[in-house]
Ligand binder design. Structure first.
Ligand code: GLU
Length: 293
C-alpha cells in the first residue's frame, strides 16, 4: 500500500505544490502507507528542475520510500498497457487537429467536453489515406459517457468520460494513461493531489477498470489561490522556497505557514502527523498573499 506525490519537473515548487505534497505525505503516513515520489517527466521538462524539486521537498522535511521513479524510464510499461487495450479493440487512431475537434464539438448534438467521434469509425481505406498526411494519436474507445469515483473529500463524484487520448501523436504516452499505469504498477492505492485534477479522475478510473486495476482511494485537496482568486503561480511574488529565502523566510517557517493553513500543529511534521484528521481539513482553497510579511 502506498501514497505518492507526482510533480512535473517544470520549475520550482511553490507553496501550493508544497502544501499538496505535505498533504499527500500526511495521508499516506497516517494510514501506514509507504510514500513514493514520482517524477512526471513525459512532457515540458525544465533542465535542473527535478533535482531542485527534490531539494525543496527535502528542505521542508518530507521523506519518501525508495528512489524516485521517473516516467521517462518507464515507457515499456505504458506501451504494454496500450498494446493490451489495442488487442481488445479498445483503441482507435485519431487524425484530428485541435481545430477539427473544436469545429465538430460545436455541432448541436455534441456532448460538451467530449471528443466528437470523428475518427472512431473510419474505414481501413480512410485510415490509410489519413496516415499519409498526419501522424495519428491513439484514443480509448470508451463504452461509457460518465464514471463515478469516490473521493475522501468530495464524496461520490461522477464526471465525463470520452474517447480520450492515451498516446499523443508525437508518440508519447498521455498523462491520463501513464498516471493510471504507474499508480497500479507501483502499488499506489491512495491518490492525493490538487482538486484541479478531480474532473480528469473519472477518465482515469474508467481506464483503470478496463485494465483490471482496483480503484485507488482518492483525495483531491483544495488548491492555493492568489488574492484575486486565481491559481497560485510564480508571478504572484515570493511563493517558492528560493524566493522566500531571499526575504529571510526559511523552509521550516514556510512549512509552519502551510501547517497553519491546514489547522495543524505547526512546529514539526511529526506533530502535524499525530494530529492529522482528514475529516477536519479545510474545504476551501488556501488564499495566499504576502507570505514574507
Ligand atoms: N504531475 C501532475 C502535476 O504536477 C500530477 C499528477 C497526479 O498527481 O496525478 O500536476
Amino acid at each position: 500500500m502506498a501514497g505518492r506525490y507526482a510533480p512535473s519537473p517544470t520549475g520550482n515548487l511553490h507553496v501550493g505544490n508544497l502544501r499538496t505534497a505535505i498533504l499527500a505525505w500526511l495521508f499516506a503516513r497516517s494510514t501506514g502507507r509507504d510514500f513514493l515520489l514520482r517524477i512526471e517527466d513525459l512532457d515540458r521538462v525544465r533542465a535542473g528542475s527535478e533535482a531542485q524539486q527534490i531539494r525543496e521537498l527535502t528542505d521542508i522535511g518530507l521523506d519518501w520510500d525508495g528512489t524516485p521513479a521517473r516516467q521517462s524510464e518507464r515507457l515499456a510499461l505504458y506501451e504494454h498497457a496500450i498494446d493490451s487495450l489495442t488487442a481488445r479493440g479498445l483503441t482507435f487512431e485519431c487524425f484530428c487537429t485541435r481545430r477539427d475537434i473544436a469545429e465538430a464539438a460545436s455541432a448541436p448534438h455534441a456532448l460538451p467536453g467530449h471528443y466528437p467521434g470523428t475518427c472512431r469509425d473510419l474505414s481501413d481505406e480512410e485510415r490509410e489515406e489519413r496516415r499519409r498526411s498526419r501522424p495519428s494519436a491513439l484514443r480509448l474507445r470508451s463504452r461509457v459517457n460518465q464514471w463515478a469515483i469516490s473521493d475522501l473529500i468530495h464524496g461520490e463524484y461522477e464526471g465525463a468520460v470520452d474517447d480520450f487520448v492515451i498516446r499523443r501523436n508525437d508518440g508519447a504516452p498521455a498523462y491520463n494513461l501513464a498516471v493510471v499505469v504507474d499508480d497500479h504498477a507501483q502499488g499506489v492505492d491512495q491518490v492525493v493531489r490538487g482538486d484541479d485534477l478531480l474532473s480528469s479522475t473519472p477518465r482515469q478510473a474508467y481506464l483503470g477498470s478496463l485494465l483490471g486495476y482496483p480503484a485507488p482511494e482518492y483525495a483531491h485537496v483544495p488548491l492555493a489561490l492568489n488574492a484575486d482568486g486565481q491559481r497560485l503561480a510564480k508571478r504572484d511574488g515570493a511563493v517558492t522556497l528560493e524566493d522566500l529565502a531571499s526575504i529571510a523566510v526559511e523552509p521550516h517557517e514556510v512549512r509552519a505557514l502551510i501547517l497553519d493553513s491546514l489547522g495543524l500543529p505547526n512546529h514539526s511534521l511529526s506533530a502535524a502527523l499525530a494530529a492529522f484528521d482528514p475529516g477536519a481539513l479545510p474545504r476551501e482553497p488556501w488564499v495566499v498573499s504576502n507570505l514574507g510579511s
